[in-house]
Design a protein around this ligand. Structure first.
Ligand code: BDP
Length: 662
């Protein structure tokens, strides 16, 4: 039975798949060969495009010479082993464009490849090229609560309205929007989603057992687009749900409980992806309570999932959030490495250690986590944050493509990049919600799209990906302006916020807007140590916390000395005087003043560029972005004034250019 043709629900912004993106595919004679649910999805897409733009689609005939413009062929004799479940081959000869795949997802990704190419897919000859994802798992973690949390709301750190999955305390009745979401995700290569918050509260814990049917309904809506469903679970589930006296990972009854619960999950969702676990982190339960290691904890769940081919994603975000700020020997940046490196090699094959890309917490600038280079015997996944918790909360434009690309290309050792070390996948905390524009700020969609494409090819040029998103989403006309406002937006954001890698300086709790000392005297471990003489955290081996020594050479040596440490990370690694001269030739204090003035000017310029696009971008979307620019400019000025006046007062050093500092 062919599935119904996907029709976007009324009022849903189509993001990077507006009907116009299918113009080139629609006007053709297309042959589709093969069967299975994803082939039906492919058929639905092409049939829909034909209805709009003319053309017709035929099923399962022989691909006769010149009879078709486009052939989408599943299970052709074409080297299935080379193509895999998700790869496809693309070629054009004798007037026919051919996509060959050996798996349903491959065929779907091949169709989206044709959509991206547009007319170019149907011109000239093209030698056969094979495409397949570099990483098998390309996943979004949704920090969605089923019930609205009194402090965190429905989506923790969510800036795009409510949850796409949950409403009024249960799974949405109408899952059409979820299906449309799966479609968007597939079109940028994402193939997995965790549907609930890593902080598993009481209601959400029950999703694992008596409420698994709701998760199954969501999985059904995502499956037609090749997106598998994962679930965040509580390590204490055997106690809170099963009524056992313990959740000790080495206890036989506990192991039995997980085995049984997991069996029931697979009965409801046969292609279930697995569990995500935040344990012994920010108050969550974990194996430490029983004197067990995190390998014991992860392997407990891995064993339960193993018979079904599932995976446990065990987060490495483990640190002491109740440290004494006066104790400079306690360094939060060190924590993940200190906990997990001794466990390298002890994790089961289907346990993946999920590591945030930086050692602290998704700041606008951090070094790459040293843990990623120090676990050769463990499957690692790298976690990024698409939701802009610390990067403007989707009120500011901050396209993160260049930052993520730098991370993925970073080499702890010459032989492999972070993108290559992420054998367990690339994961991002989602920035989508039930907002009509999906991501609150319409331009924040670029982050979601870029994440998917980088997960497919971590060494791809982010600028090329950005242009792809712009072309697909907006069509011809505003491309140059859109590129201009997005391309440098991360560096602009960095300029007007926390300087030189020092991080934080945000309002505690909600993390929006400046507060230089907001976390300085609290137990969270995120300090800048600014006093009248200088600023920064000494993480050297010689005189500081020793964190720099967690890197392989040459990074350990490079970061160890303030003379060789890259400017943008100087205050992450060193405490220096305000008069310290950077490699750029400026003093630290003058750099702070200059970048904060520049950052605001750059936002002013971007806003003007955006204004000039009125008439080239549809009015509703234009107005939403214009409104957000007002807030971004207000926020950038606030940051500039607070940071500059704070450091003027602390240091007593005037701006050498005599600008007014409030
Ligand atoms: C921090 C967020 C917090 C998350 C935590 C995590 O502020 O809401 O629960 O990360 O990753 O960035 O677990």
């Amino acid at each position: 039975m062919p599935l119904p043709v996907p029709v976007l629900p009324e009022g849903v912004d189509p993001a990077w798949l507006p009907p116009a993106a299918f113009r080139a595919v629609g006007g053709r004679r297309t042959l589709i060969r093969g069967s299975g649910p994803l082939v039906e999805t492919v058929h639905g897409e092409v049939a829909d495009a034909c209805r709009r733009f003319g053309g017709r689609v035929v099923r399962d005939a022989e691909p006769g010479d010149g009879a078709y413009d486009l052939v989408l062929d599943l299970g052709g004799a074409d080297d299935p082993e080379l193509l895999g479940e998700e790869g496809f081959a693309f070629a054009r000869a004798g007037g026919t464009t051919t996509v060959t795949a050996s798996g349903g997802r491959g065929l779907l990704y091949g169709l989206f490849h044709v959509v991206r190419l547009g007319e170019a897919a149907f011109t000239g000859e093209r030698a056969r090229e094979r495409q397949h994802p570099a990483l098998a798992l390309r996943m979004l973690d949704h920090w969605d609560n089923v019930a609205v949390h009194p402090v965190m709301g429905q989506v923790e750190r969510g800036y795009a309205g409510g949850s796409l999955f949950w409403e009024d305390g249960r799974a949405r009745g109408d899952l059409e929007r979820v299906r449309a979401y799966g479609r968007l995700l597939a079109a940028c290569g994402i193939n997995a989603v965790a549907v609930n918050n890593v902080n598993v509260h009481e209601t959400e814990a029950r999703l694992l057992t008596d409420r698994i049917g709701e998760v199954a309904a969501i999985a059904d809506a995502l499956r037609p687009y090749g997106v598998r469903t994962h679930l965040s679970v509580s390590f204490a589930a055997p106690v809170v749900l099963g009524g056992l006296p313990t959740a000790d990972p080495l206890d036989e009854t506990v192991r039995g409980w997980w085995a049984e619960a997991t069996g029931a999950v697979y009965e409801a969702i046969p292609d279930f992806g697995g569990y995500v676990v935040k344990a012994d982190s920010e108050g969550r339960p974990g194996p430490f309570a029983y004197g067990r290691s995190h390998a014991d904890g992860a392997n407990l769940l891995a064993a339960a999932l193993e018979p079904y081919g599932g995976t446990v994603h065990w987060r490495a975000f483990v640190y002491d959030h109740c440290q004494d700020w006066r104790d400079r020997g306690t360094d939060r940046a060190r924590a993940a490495y200190d906990h997990f490196v001794p466990l390298d090699g002890a994790f089961a094959a289907n346990a993946v250690l999920q590591v945030k890309h930086g050692p602290i917490d998704f700041q606008v600038r951090e070094p790459v986590s040293p843990l990623i280079g120090a676990m050769p015997g463990t499957r690692l996944a790298v976690e990024l944050q698409a939701t802009q918790e610390y990067t403007g909360q989707q009120r500011h434009v901050c396209w993160l493509g260049p930052m993520w690309s730098e991370v993925l290309r970073f080499r702890h050792r010459p032989e492999s990049s972070v993108g290559e070390l992420a054998r367990g996948g690339l994961i991002a905390v989602s920035n989508a919600g039930d907002d009509p524009f999906w991501t609150g700020h319409p331009l924040a969609q670029a982050n979601l799209y870029t994440f998917g494409r980088l997960a497919w090819r971590p060494d791809a040029d982010p600028g090329g990906i950005l242009d792809e998103w712009i072309r697909l989403t907006f069509g011809p006309g505003p491309e140059a302006g859109l590129h201009a406002v997005l391309d440098g937006s991360w560096r602009t954001y960095e300029k007007y916020t926390a300087p030189l890698g020092v991080g934080f300086m945000v309002q505690p709790g909600h993390h929006y807007g400046p507060s230089v000392d907001g976390y300085e005297y609290s137990p969270w471990g995120t300090y800048h140590f600014a006093d009248r003489d200088g600023i920064g955290v000494d993480r050297s081996v010689a005189t500081g916390t020793g964190y720099a020594g967690q890197y392989a050479k040459p990074w350990a040596e490079l970061y160890e000395s303030p003379d060789t440490c890259p400017d943008e990370l100087l205050l992450f690694f060193h405490h220096v005087s305000y008069g310290h001269t950077l490699n750029s030739g400026k003093t630290v204090i003058q750099h702070i003043y200059d970048t904060h003035f520049e950052g605001v000017e750059e936002v002013e310029e971007a806003r003007e560029v955006w204004d000039s696009l009125a008439g080239l971008v549809d009015p509703v979307r234009h107005a939403r972005v214009a409104e957000r620019y007002e807030e971004q400019l207000r926020g950038a000025r606030e940051w500039r004034d607070q940071i500059n006046s704070y450091f003027l007062r602390k240091s007593g050093v005037p701006d050498e250019r005599g600008r007014r500092i409030y």
